[in-house]
Design a protein around this ligand. Structure first.
Ligand code: SF4
Length: 195
């Protein structure tokens, strides 16, 4: 069995991904929450708490770097990464590229440091996310850090609808924006921003 470090963006997206990976006898999963993109901090804490509750229920071990790095410092590094493309829309994927890469780099570094065999992410389950972009970034980070990335498109084969069913069944909080302050403005106030 390979030890897999799974970057998890939130509880609802994690449900169907964990279910699918758990069915395979190939992986021993540990979840990792590293998402300095999420704003404001109340939302960050809410998503993290929801995820922890679910992981405890599923008996999935969990790795959290918040004890080592303050959310404020994580957020600073996120804003530095997206500087110059922050007002590009989620749809354009320009802003998402550095955001996703930053989260993958930390996940891969942690995976290597802690002796995991492979890393992966829940992100591709979202219909708003481009699996080609996610896999391309994952493979690039894998090459740089010398730790394999598990390519996937978890939204396929009914994965996304399964995540909705499971999260409803668990009565989970489901957010209505991806995570960053810009995606929040985009959804909440229908701000027209660059395509
Ligand atoms: S929309 Fe989501 S993936 Fe894209 S930059 Fe914002 S938080 Fe990151």
């Amino acid at each position: 069995m390979k030890k897999l470090l799974l970057h998890t963006c939130c509880a609802p997206c994690s449900t169907a991904v964990i279910e699918k990976l758990s069915r395979s006898t190939d992986f021993l999963i540990t979840a990792f929450f590293f998402n300095p993109n999420i704003h404001p901090i109340t939302e960050y804490e809410r998503r993290k708490t929801e995820l922890k509750t679910y992981l405890d229920k599923m008996d999935i071990p969990y790795l959290d770097r918040d004890e080592e790095i303050l959310w404020r410092d994580q957020a600073k590094s996120w804003f530095a990464e997206v500087k110059g493309v922050e007002w590009a829309s989620e749809k354009s994927r320009q802003r998402c590229e550095p955001c996703i890469r930053l989260r993958f780099e930390t996940t891969a570094q942690q995976a290597k440091y802690r002796g995991f065999d492979v890393f992966a992410t829940t992100l591709s389950i979202s219909p708003y996310k481009d699996a080609e972009q996610i896999n391309r970034l994952g493979l690039a980070v894998a090459k740089d850090t010398d730790i394999p990335f598990l390519e996937a498109d978890f939204k396929q084969d009914g994965g996304y609808s399964r995540s909705i069913d499971l999260s409803r069944q668990e009565k989970m909080y489901r957010q209505n924006y991806c995570g960053c302050v810009f995606s929040r403005l985009e959804r909440k106030h229908y701000v027209k921003i660059r395509p």
